[in-house]
Write a protein that binds this ligand. Structure first.
Ligand SMILES: Cc1cc2nc3c(=O)[nH]c(=O)nc-3n(C[C@H](O)[C@H](O)[C@H](O)COP(=O)(O)OP(=O)(O)OC[C@H]3O[C@@H](n4cnc5c(N)ncnc54)[C@H](O)[C@@H]3O)c2cc1C
Length: 358
């Protein structure tokens, strides 16, 4: 049994804590806020992510989520529809956070420490120490799951700048019944809007855009919506939950998944963009590779994670190219519409990519 610390109690930190505790390790999780935790996110969970979350005890019902069976890409009057290979779900981040928190808090091997500020992290020969106020705590391994702007990454010197131009995200909820069983992606130049049903009476609209393409500040929401007249027609402003929230820019990533006894997971490792809607499922897959092979984590497991993220890198860059270039969008829409089977297969492969290595 190892003494492990997790920094960050978002979905990946909590999931990793549950998996490691199930293997009999002693896990202490430090979170700077208190649960349930909200975050700007499209709130869609891919089929592989849903399966993994159900395996650790989560339940998705019509009361806490909405089942999604496809993705629709929409530009002006053109719609490209791709089927998902299994049920995906839309669910509120606070619902995801609360359920994971409840599962973790019932596990006797897990100690949850909310509202905790870690002052410093220090590497020793075969362990790490965390200083929290007057206490110095020693752990065999640290799992950094502290998100996009990872404190751990910065304080251990493992941050590196990413090369693609910065992007920003935002989201807002509406009490409007979903009009589709799909996640809808509305394209405009250098900006996209994502509509995810999260219950039978609520939808979420998330936006992602290149930092230079829209000036932030006053009336940001109206500026964003002005790019999507088709979508704006469907949204009733009085039904907005007034919880418009921005997030970003996405600027840095970790230089490697592990450094001696320190692992980076989820967005703390690598967040390129939300455009592929797979951040949670991807973080969970990487977490599985580490937690399922924790006692003999080696080069093979590192390669699997590299493969996983290479796949993410390719799809994200292709999608970003589509975002930037109307011409590329036209070509992809043209070919995908005429090769539906291939398009569905590619969508499936993207979510199931690791199956290739198993
Ligand atoms: C606009 C947008 C849309 C997206 N859409 C989707 C989608 O539809 N589907 C999908 O799967 N993914 C989506 N993503 C990505 C997804 O939100 C992330 O990949 C996911 O939240 C990563 O989870 P995480 O646990 O790694 O990080 P986070 O959810 O960011 O959690 C990190 C946690 O660490 C805590 N923390 C930070 N610093 C410290 C510290 N110093 N000490 C202790 N705790 C700390 C934070 O409070 C937080 O609770 C989207 C992202 C954006 C921006």
């Amino acid at each position: 049994m190892k003494n492990l610390a997790i920094i960050g109690g978002g979905p990946i930190g909590l999931y990793t804590a549950i998996k490691l505790a199930k293997r009999g390790h002693k896990v202490t999780l430090f979170e700077k806020r208190s649960w349930p935790i909200d975050k700007v996110c499209g709130q869609g969970i891919m089929p592989s992510g849903v399966d993994n979350l159900i395996n650790i005890g989560m339940t998705f019902t019509p009361f806490n989520s909405f089942t999604l069976n496809s993705i629709e890409y929409i530009e002006r009057n053109s719609i490209l529809r791709g089927n998902l290979h299994g049920p995906a779900v839309g669910t509120k981040r606070t619902e995801l956070s609360e359920q994971l928190f409840n599962i973790a808090s019932q596990n006797p091997h897990i100690t949850l420490c909310p509202e905790t500020k870690i002052d410093s992290i220090n590497e020793k020969e075969d362990s790490y120490t965390l200083t929290i106020g007057p206490n110095i705590l020693e752990f065999d391994f640290i799992f950094a799951c502290d998100g996009l702007n990872s404190w751990t990454r910065k304080n251990t010197g493992h941050s590196k700048k990413r090369i693609i131009p910065s992007r920003i995200g935002a989201r807002i909820h509406y009490d409007i019944a979903p009009w589709s069983n799909s996640v809808q992606v509305y394209w405009s130049d250098s900006i996209e809007a994502y509509v995810t049903p999260i219950s039978n009476k609520t939808i979420e609209v998330a936006f992602l855009w290149f930092k230079d393409s829209i000036e932030s500040g006053a009336n940001l929401k109206s500026k964003l919506l002005s790019h999507f007249p088709l979508l704006r027609e469907k949204l009733i402003e009085e039904k907005s939950l007034n919880d418009f929230k921005g997030y970003g820019p996405f600027d840095e990533v970790s230089s490697s998944i592990s450094h001696k006894n320190l692992f980076f997971l989820g967005d703390a490792y690598h967040f390129l963009d939300g455009i592929t809607g797979e951040g949670i499922s991807l973080g969970i897959k990487a977490s599985n590779i580490i937690t399922d092979n924790f006692d003999n984590f080696g080069i093979k497991e590192k390669l699997k994670i590299n493969f996983l993220y290479m796949n993410y890198w390719i799809w994200t860059h292709l999608a970003l190219l589509m975002s930037k270039s109307p011409f590329t969008r036209k070509i992809i829409f043209f070919f995908a519409k005429r090769n539906k089977y291939l398009f569905n297969y590619i969508l499936k492969l993207n979510d199931l990519n690791l199956a290739l290595l198993k």
